[in-house]
Design a protein. Structure first.
Length: 256
């Protein structure tokens, strides 16, 4: 079963590349900001027999493991993410805007955008998004959400629907004592959708693990976390002298 963290991790990454400031409010950009028009890129009928394969979209570390059999066609795969792309004109304009956001001499310096503003100014055409949503639904998927930026579509379906729609059979594999789910071959979409669809963010559950490990606390940091208790006295590492080590409540003030 896929988890919502796939979606959360993806969106955190998208906030970074979309020039959105997630920890502060976006400001109103200058009315002089002009973006290329949203021209639909899907210009022909969707023919499922003519395909574009997304090469390199199979995790060979998983598929080289022990095959434990195909997923049942009715097994649910939730919160899959279809990644979309902008028209070349909008992509170029968006990259220029990002450069301007980081140029102190530009009127757009630090003029952060909300995800919805990114979608309106630089996202795919709404007509294209609507066509892809309709295509997913026509193939039996449930569309959970279109990101405000217009760059991802969260959807849920069965292994059988993924196999028939993306021509990517799903299977279980054993690797180093762990069981994984993965597509057996690279997925594909009809060629007509290629100008707008980047691919599926992930069809496996090999989630990345953090390499962060909390190091041992140095004496002053341990002292900073020492309970505030006049009867307990200072942390032993500080002896009996006065100290000015910052502690947790200080950070609220310093980084207000």
């Amino acid at each position: 079963m896929f988890r919502k963290r796939t979606f959360v991790c993806a969106m955190a990454f998208l906030c970074t590349i979309f020039s959105v400031a997630p920890m502060r409010e976006a400001v109103a950009v200058s009315p002089n900001l002009v973006s290329p028009p949203a021209v639909p890129q899907i210009k022909r009928a969707i023919d499922p027999t003519k395909r574009l394969v997304f090469s390199g979209n199979t995790n060979h570390r998983i598929t080289s493991g022990q095959s434990l059999g195909a997923l049942g066609d009715d097994e649910i795969l939730d919160n899959l993410l279809l990644s979309l792309k902008r028209s070349p004109e909008r992509e170029a304009a968006f990259e220029q805007f990002i450069d301007a956001q980081h140029d102190p001499a530009s009127p757009y310096f630090h003029q952060w955008l909300t995800p919805a503003q990114v979608g309106e100014l630089y996202g795919p055409a709404q007509e294209d998004i609507a066509n892809i949503v309709a295509w997913l639904r026509d193939n039996g998927f449930t569309v959970n959400e279109v990101a405000p930026s217009g760059m991802t579509i969260d959807f849920t379906g069965t292994a059988g629907q993924v196999k028939s729609t993306f021509q990517a059979p799903m299977a279980r594999y054993g690797v180093d004592g762990t069981t994984y789910i993965s597509n057996a071959v690279d997925p594909s979409v009809p060629v007509a959708l290629a100008p707008v669809v980047n691919g599926i963010v992930s069809l496996n559950n090999n989630f990345a693990n953090t390499n962060f490990h909390l190091p041992p606390q140095p004496p002053l940091l341990a002292a900073a976390n020492w309970p505030i208790d006049k009867d307990k006295g200072p942390h032993p590492a500080l002896g009996k002298t006065a100290n000015f080590a910052p502690y947790n409540p200080d950070f609220t003030f310093v980084y207000n």
